[in-house]
Design a protein around this ligand. Structure first.
Ligand code: GAR
Length: 192
């Protein structure tokens, strides 16, 4: 991607489904001088996503779209993204799977944060699986989104040690803390 100055920040949409701690973190990052992105649109698949609270707090445009009919929803979504001149999509705890056509349309411009050291533990219940397998480390990954779930090119990863005392909940908490460092670092890596 081309090099950016403070004047031409990459217009970004963040897609969420839940708590939105990564969204909050990305919003804060986007306000820094060094940030190559501005956050212009938030998409959620549910009005129950707690992260929507930050949207109001920071006065960002939002749209809630239920993904029951994926074709219809993605058509609306594309129109919205075009209208807002969105150039980058950051998935941040977004729990819906985008269609091949949609991903193709935004080829190389959708990134995701995943709570494991990919290619290990694609999909759900990553922390539980890492503990069950007695792994010594887990972590988080920022990667490009391709048609194959959690399989696109890795941009950056961060490792987290798993201790004997860890439960899926404590591990999730430790990893989330690292996610908040990793997502901005990965975005800086893409644009620098
Ligand atoms: C994060 O741990 C993120 O990595 C994970 O959901 C959590 C969202 O937290 N994403 C996935 O599992 C995607 N497959 P947040 O809503 O507080 O950012």
């Amino acid at each position: 991607m081309e090099k950016l100055t403070g004047l031409n920040r990459v217009k970004t949409a963040v897609f969420i489904s839940g708590t939105g701690s990564n969204l909050k973190n990305l919003i804060k990052f986007s306000k820094l001088k060094k940030s190559p992105i501005s956050i212009n649109l938030i998409i959620s698949n549910t009005n129950k996503a707690r992260g929507l609270h930050y949207v109001d707090l920071f006065h960002i445009k939002k749209k809630i779209l239920n993904f029951k009919n994926i074709k219809v929803t993605e058509k609306k979504l594309l129109t919205l993204l075009m209208k807002n001149k969105v150039e980058l999509i950051c998935l941040a705890g977004f729990m819906k799977i985008l269609s091949k056509d949609f991903i193709k349309r935004f080829n190389g411009k959708i990134i995701n944060i995943h709570p494991s050291l990919l290619p290990k533990y694609k999909g759900l219940n990553t922390h539980n699986r890492a503990i069950q397998n007695r792994d010594k480390f887990s972590g988080c990954t920022v990667h490009y989104v391709t048609e194959k779930l959690d399989s696109g090119k890795i941009i950056m990863q961060r490792k987290v040690k798993i201790t004997k005392k860890d439960t899926p909940t404590t591990l999730a908490k430790k990893i989330l803390k690292q996610e908040h460092r990793l997502y901005p670092e990965a975005i800086l890596k893409i644009f620098n």
